[in-house]
Design a protein around this ligand. Structure first.
Ligand SMILES: [Zn+2]
Length: 267
């Protein structure tokens, strides 16, 4: 089975406190040989880096402040994130973004935080991982104004072809998570079938958003195969082709090295 990359998985979080190593080992044994673990604030970014150091070549970190936590992005926090982002195991700045659905931070604070982190990404020469919920128009405006030349991905892309087109036109990748497998999301399925094969990624967003048939349960990295298989079906191409393409795209965007050759699942 060809290897997959789970490009967005929060296995550093407390939901995996009891069985984190087992969850990672299960993913590796199932062919999910590389994963990117984004932070949502300084402390979870630090934890992501520690995990990357525990699993060299398999786990990579991203450092950033999520829009829900935008108010925590003080000058001191930014200094700390900058130090983390310089580390070789940190392959992106993220996750960062806007969330006008839950509005857990004032929108002005969210916008200020994302713009400061665009500057950070430019400074450390890393791509950005974007969280974008009910905020598409502002996201596109901010990207055009402040992110010229930055590379990145719309993580857990939700939207129609028009929104996808705008992201693609800015040079960004689209990453699909469990919701693309939910039967009612026909518009999203249409985008996953239509988007250029060299611009799509797959992810779990674990512990959230488990794909069918695990919807509602704790998600974990090995389930990215279900999402990938579903998208291959939507596109009418072999799973192997989808897996190869999305892994190549992830390696290109995040500059990931090849996974270490021999992973012994019995170790
Ligand atoms: Zn996330």
């Amino acid at each position: 089975m060809p290897a997959l990359v789970d490009t967005h998985t929060h296995v550093q979080m407390r939901q995996f406190a009891a069985d984190r190593a087992a969850v990672i080992r299960a993913a590796l044994a199932d062919g999910v040989t590389r994963m990117v673990v984004p932070g949502v604030d300084v402390s979870t970014s630090r934890d992501a880096l520690a995990l990357a150091r525990e699993w060299p070549g398999h786990v990579f970190a991203a450092a950033g402040t999520h829009p829900h936590d935008a108010a925590t992005l003080t000058d001191e926090a930014l200094v700390e994130l900058r130090a983390l982002a310089h580390e070789p195991e940190v392959v992106a700045v993220g996750e960062i973004g806007l969330d006008y659905y839950r509005d857990l931070s004032p929108r002005g604070v969210q916008r200020e935080a994302i713009v400061r982190q665009f500057a950070l990404a430019r400074e450390v020469d890393r791509p950005v991982i974007l969280h974008n919920r009910e905020s598409h128009a502002d996201m596109i405006t901010l990207l055009k104004a402040h992110a010229q030349g930055l590379r990145g991905v719309f993580h857990c892309f939700i939207g129609d072809r028009q929104m996808a087109r705008e992201a693609l036109d800015l040079g960004f990748y689209l990453s699909f998570a469990g919701p693309v497998t939910y039967p009612k999301n026909t518009e999203l399925a249409d985008v996953a079938a239509w988007a250029p094969l060299d611009r799509i990624l797959v992810e779990t967003d674990a512990p959230y958003l488990a794909p069918q048939p695990f919807r509602g349960k704790r998600n974990e990295p090995r389930h990215v195969a279900l999402t990938a298989r579903h998208i291959a079906g939507l596109r009418g191409i072999p799973f192997e082709e989808l897996a190869r393409a999305t892994s190549r795209n992830a390696a290109t965007l995040f500059h990931l090295p090849d996974a270490p050759a021999a992973f012994d699942s019995a170790e």
